[in-house]
Design a protein around this ligand. Structure first.
Ligand code: SF4
Length: 293
C-alpha cells in the first residue's frame, strides 16, 4: 500500500497508507512504535494526502521516524528539526508540518529553538518522544532522566533536576500543550490530531519508553504514576495548567493547555506583507505589467 502513488490511494486513507516499506529497526517494545502508529492514525483520521505532510526530525532513535513514513520528511542536523520545520511551513503554508525528536535532541542540543517557535506561534506540531535517556548513543543521562537514575554517565545515580517539558512550554507561551504515553496509542493519536487542527504552534510530550536503557519496567513505572485529566478539567484555564505541570506525584495525560486565540505566525506575516506593499501597490502592479512576457 505504501508504495502506491497518490492517485492510487483510496479516498478513505488508512493508517497503513502513511507507512513506508521500511521496517523500523527500533528495539522490540520501544515506545517509538506507538508514536509512529499514532501519527499514521491521526493523518488517516484527518484524511490528509501524503504529499501535503512533512515530518522533520533531528538525530536520535526517535528521529528515524521520517524513514518509516511515506510522507515528505527528512533527518536534519542534531537539534535542528524545529528551525527547519519552521522554514518548511513558511515556504509552504498549506502543508501539515510535524517536527519530532527525542528529549535530548529537543531540550538539550536544540533547546534554544523552542522559545522562538513558541513565541512566534508557527503553525506546526512538535512531538517530543521523551524516553528519559540518550538511546542511540547507548544510555547516557538526558535532560529528562529522573533523579537517582543509573545511566552510563551517572554510575552513582543522576543528580541533576530533570526538565519539566510541560512547564517549559507553558512558560514560553505555547498555545497548545499536551502529554501522551505510548501505553495509550489511541489517546496519543487523538492528541496529535487535535494538535494538527490547532491553528498555531502545538506541543506534545510523548512519553516513549526506552526498554533497552531504562529497563522493561519503564512502562509500568510511568503507568503507575499516570493519571487522566478529569472530565471537568478546563484546558483553557492557564492556572489549572500550571498546577498540573507542577504536580510531582502524578504524570497527567491529556490536553493540558489550549489557547485558540493566539494569532499564528503566517497570519501575522500576511498582515506585514500587506502593510509593506500598501504604499507601493500601484508601482508593483506597473512593474509586473512592464516585465510580463
Ligand atoms: Fe528505543 Fe531505546 Fe532501543 Fe532506541 S535504544 S530503539 S529508544 S528502546
Amino acid at each position: 500500500m505504501s508504495n502506491k502513488t497518490e492517485s492510487e490511494l483510496p479516498i478513505d486513507f488508512k493508517p497503513g497508507d502513511y507507512k513506508s516499506p521500511l521496517k523500523p529497526i527500533w528495539c522490540a517494545g520501544c515506545g517509538n512504535y506507538a508514536v509512529l502508529n499514532a501519527l499514521a492514525m491521526a493523518f488517516a483520521q484527518l484524511k490528509i494526502p501524503r504529499h501535503e505532510i512533512a515530518v522533520i526530525t533531528g538525530i536520535g532513535c526517535s528521529s528515524r521516524l521520517p524513514g518509516y513514513l511515506s510522507t515528505y520528511g527528512f533527518n536534519t542536523l542534531h537539534g535542528r528539526a524545529v528551525p527547519i520545520a519552521t522554514g518548511v511551513k513558511l515556504a509552504n503554508p498549506k502543508a501539515t508540518v510535524i517536527a519530532a525528536g527525542g528529549d535530548g535532541d529537543m531540550f538539550s542540543i536544540g533547546g534554544g529553538h523552542l522559545a522562538h517557535v513558541a513565541r512566534r506561534n508557527v503553525d506546526l506540531t512538535l512531538v517530543v518522544m521523551d524516553n528519559r535517556v540518550y538511546g542511540l548513543t547507548k544510555g547516557q543521562m538526558s535532560p529528562t532522566t529522573p533523579i537517582d537514575s543509573y545511566t552510563s554517565t551517572t554510575t552513582y545515580g543522576s543528580y541533576e533536576q530533570p526538565v519539566n517539558m510541560v512547564r517549559f512550554m507553558l512558560g514560553y507561551g505555547t498555545g497548545f500543550v499536551a502529554r501522551a504515553f505510548s501505553g495509550d496509542m489511541k489517546q496519543m493519536a487523538a492528541l496529535v490530531k487535535q494538535g494538527i487542527q490547532h491553528r498555531g504552534f502545538s506541543f506534545i510530550q510523548a512519553l516513549s519508553p526506552c526498554v533497552t536503557y531504562r529497563g522493561k519496567g519503564e512502562y509500568d513505572s510511568i503507568k503507575s504514576m499516570s493519571a487522566q485529566l478529569p472530565d471537568d478539567y478546563d484546558p483553557t484555564d492557564q492556572l489549572a495548567a500550571w498546577q498540573v505541570s507542577d504536580d510531582s506525584e502524578k504524570i497527567h495525560l491529556g490536553l493540558i493547555y489550549h489557547n485558540p486565540e493566539l494569532v499564528p505566525y503566517d497570519t501575522k506575516l500576511d498582515k506585514l506583507r500587506e502593510k509593506a506593499r500598501g504604499p507601493h501597490k500601484q508601482e508593483i502592479a506597473r512593474l509586473i505589467d512592464e516585465f510580463r512576457p
